[in-house]
Design a protein around this ligand. Structure first.
Ligand SMILES: Cc1cc2nc3c(=O)[nH]c(=O)nc-3n(C[C@H](O)[C@H](O)[C@H](O)COP(=O)(O)O)c2cc1C
Length: 359
């Protein structure tokens, strides 16, 4: 299928921003080493519950430019009870390496046990979630632990002594604006043997509102020697350059932008090598949607149709007549029907161009 006359859109950055990010001299975020785990490039897919399952992670990996991926967060209590769902979240393939499994919980012994299971399952790293703002999670871990640092310290030490693989944490800046603890948590974590820190500088009370306060990432970076991964509101390659310039962070982690623009990691790599990056065309979007949907069908993912509908609204931004496609996907009743509608939709986009060329 061809999409005719659309020219690839090239975004270029020159002048002060390019110089500020060091583009003219060195490539940003080229690599990151967390003990024995080599991450290159230092672009990380953020864990996102309901999104970053094994299919999505492989899909992102195949598009290129992503150096590390993480599972969705998994309950340590669920793992200990041998809960089926927790174990399903921990399924991964060799293609996904290096891969981190993220756990959450509030009981030091149970978390240590869960971390051991992660190691036994062959994951490259284990990460502790200290960011989830959901009510049912903060009662038993997530960002709730940012309000109980003595308990957090016991947890960090328990996990550290239970595994040999690198141990990392991902945390918010604090519970509220009055309780910012990021630097304290970072220093304590380093002292407990944590080997890298990912900082999403919003408070728990903020949820996902307002802006991520990158100044907190800068403060954390100044406070510790272990690698610091910056996260929050990076939507484009120039955002990532700005994040590095403002904070000095060692790697960039991207969440929501990757769900609507899975090419973001490849764009980062291209941008840091050349100073510009290519925006996807209709043909790329077609390939993207078809590939991801076909993977969901082939893998017999439970609830594939729900995922297709969820992703339709993200993947189709920028597609001509995208509203039409979204409507068609939403009203489909089964996965095969979704694929047929996607094919027909993109064929109709391509048709006038082919006719014009023939004419
Ligand atoms: C739908 C959704 C699910 C998320 N699930 C997790 C999770 O399981 N573990 C975690 O540490 N963070 C989770 N996050 C937070 C992201 O990893 C990331 O820190 C946050 O979205 C900020 O980064 P961004 O601005 O690049 O999206 C989630 C975010 C979203 C939007």
């Amino acid at each position: 299928m061809t999409f005719g006359s659309q020219q690839p859109k090239i975004e270029t950055i020159t002048g002060p921003a390019a110089t500020r990010s060091g583009l003219t001299n060195t490539m940003l975020f080229q690599s990151l080493q967390i003990r024995n785990v080599a991450i290159g490039p230092a672009h990380i897919l953020a864990p996102m519950a309901g999104i970053t399952d094994t299919v999505f992670r492989r899909f992102i990996k195949r598009l290129g430019g992503c150096g590390l991926i993480m599972t969705e967060f998994v309950s340590s209590e669920g793992m200990i009870r041998q809960n089926f769902r927790s174990h399903r979240y921990l399924y991964y393939t060799e293609e996904e390496r290096p891969i981190t499994a993220q756990i959450f919980g509030a009981d030091p012994a149970h978390l240590a046990d869960a971390a051991r299971q992660i190691e036994d399952l062959g994951f490259d790293l284990v990460d502790l979630n200290l960011g989830c703002p959901a009510k049912k999670v903060v009662k038993c871990g997530g960002s709730g632990l940012l309000r109980d640092l003595p308990l957090l310290e016991r947890i960090l030490r328990a996990i550290r002594t239970s595994v040999k693989i690198p141990f990392t944490i991902k945390f918010r800046s604090g519970w509220s604006d009055e309780e910012i603890v990021a630097v304290q948590v970072a220093r304590m974590a380093e002292d407990c043997g944590v080997e890298a820190l990912a900082v999403h500088p919003r408070t728990r009370l903020q949820g996902y509102s307002g802006r991520a306060n990158w100044e907190i990432i800068r403060q954390v970076k100044q406070a510790v020697r272990i690698p610091v991964i910056g996260n929050g509101d990076v939507l484009t390659p120039p955002d990532a350059a700005a994040l590095q310039a403002q904070t000095g962070c060692d790697a960039v982690m991207i969440g929501r932008a990757a769900a609507s623009n899975p090419w973001i990691f490849r764009q980062l790599a291209e941008f840091f090598q050349t100073g510009s990056y290519r925006e996807p065309e209709d043909a790329d979007r077609y390939d993207l949607i078809r590939t991801y949907y076909s993977m969901l069908v082939a893998e017999e993912v439970p609830g594939a149709i729900g995922k297709m509908k969820q992703f339709a609204s993200w993947f189709t931004h920028g597609v001509r007549n995208g509203t039409d496609l979204r409507r068609q996907v939403q009203s489909a009743r089964e996965a095969g029907e979704v694929l047929e509608r996607v094919d027909a939709f993109f064929a109709s986009l391509a048709a006038p161009q082919e006719a014009a060329i023939a004419f």
